[in-house]
Design a protein around this ligand. Structure first.
Ligand code: ZN
Length: 310
């Protein structure tokens, strides 16, 4: 099979749309070579873009960043980014040559994608095989799950353009919120408030603020009836104290900004079904996964921005 050679300009001269088009071209090339759908490569690439401050890629178009030792081979005394592929092969490095120059270049987008193609096809092509390959690469369950969910989102919308956000409550309802980040909370020991409380009446619809996949749904002693949605930026959006859920919302469902997921309530702070121990409000939390740990951050500025575009 002959595949088109893709050449790149410096990415800082490119618009966001051009960069996304180039990414898509690389993912589709990977699909053509491997028969693994493009959206898995998009998900791996996006996941890695989220966890690295700097990417190996010299264009910044691809975020996948193989560790040097993995790329060149653990016992390879030469850890240069560029070397002849026979050397990489000799030391069982995972680096590959995707642009046909016989050099495995850790900073070259086509070489990076080819190496990921080789990695992802090592087990087989079933969903389970892909999960095993991802597990071997990341050695972390949350990373595997996040990537599989991101792939679902890309598949559902068939685009990389998934940046829109929505305010969690629809227009036309009264609500109020202020910045309560870090306020002390008495219940359940010494906890600080990790989120923003948006006060509104019982039954006001609660909407997903982002594209993503429902990762969690159910009761929790503090949060009451709650939903967790993971977006394509490794951010987990947590919606708590709900009165109830939108009927078709279940774990694994793909959502977009503005989709109704549940309704404002006052559930929580007690055993299953407890309600009314505080005024009805939506507790909205955001947690970022950096590839090693998850930490909460202040959703208030994000809510203000989403509200401004309301
Ligand atoms: Zn709260």
């Amino acid at each position: 099979m002959i595949l088109p050679h893709i050449s790149f300009a410096e990415s800082d001269e490119l618009t966001d749309e051009e960069i996304k088009n180039m990414r898509m071209a690389l993912y589709q090339k990977a699909e053509a070579i491997s028969q693994i759908p493009w959206y898995y490569y998009a998900a791996i690439d996006q996941y890695e873009r989220n966890i690295h401050d700097e990417y190996a890629s010299n264009t910044g178009i691809i975020g996948i960043t193989f560790p040097k030792e993995m790329w060149n081979g653990i016992t390879n005394p030469n850890l240069n980014d560029k070397q002849h592929q026979t050397s990489t092969g000799l030391f069982n490095g995972k680096g590959a040559d995707g642009d046909g120059d016989n050099i495995t270049d850790r900073t070259n987008d086509e070489d990076i994608i080819q190496a990921m193609v080789n990695w992802m096809t090592q087990q087989g092509l079933s969903k389970q095989d892909l999960k095993i390959a991802l597990w071997k690469y990341f050695k972390r369950e949350l990373s595997v799950q996040t990537i599989m969910n991101m792939a679902k989102v890309y598949k559902a919308f068939q685009t990389l353009e998934l940046e829109n956000n929505a305010f969690p409550l629809p227009k036309g309802y009264n609500y109020s919120y202020r910045n309560t980040w870090g306020d002390p909370r008495g219940f359940g020991g010494r906890r600080i408030h990790e989120g923003t409380d948006i006060f509104a009446n019982y039954g006001v619809p609660v909407r997903s603020t982002s594209y993503g996949v429902v990762e969690l749904k159910g009761w929790n002693r503090y949060g009451g009836w709650r939903i967790g949605i993971r977006d394509i930026h490794n951010i987990y959006h947590y919606y708590a104290h709900l009165n109830g859920y939108e009927k078709d919302i279940k774990v694994g469902k793909v959502v977009k900004p503005g989709d109704v997921i549940g309704y404002v309530g006052a559930t929580g702070y007690g055993p299953k079904g407890t309600s009314g121990k505080f005024p009805p409000h939506l507790h909205y939390g955001m947690y970022k996964d950096n590839g090693e740990t998850e930490y909460s951050f202040d959703p208030y500025p994000y809510l203000r921005r989403a509200e401004a575009n309301h």
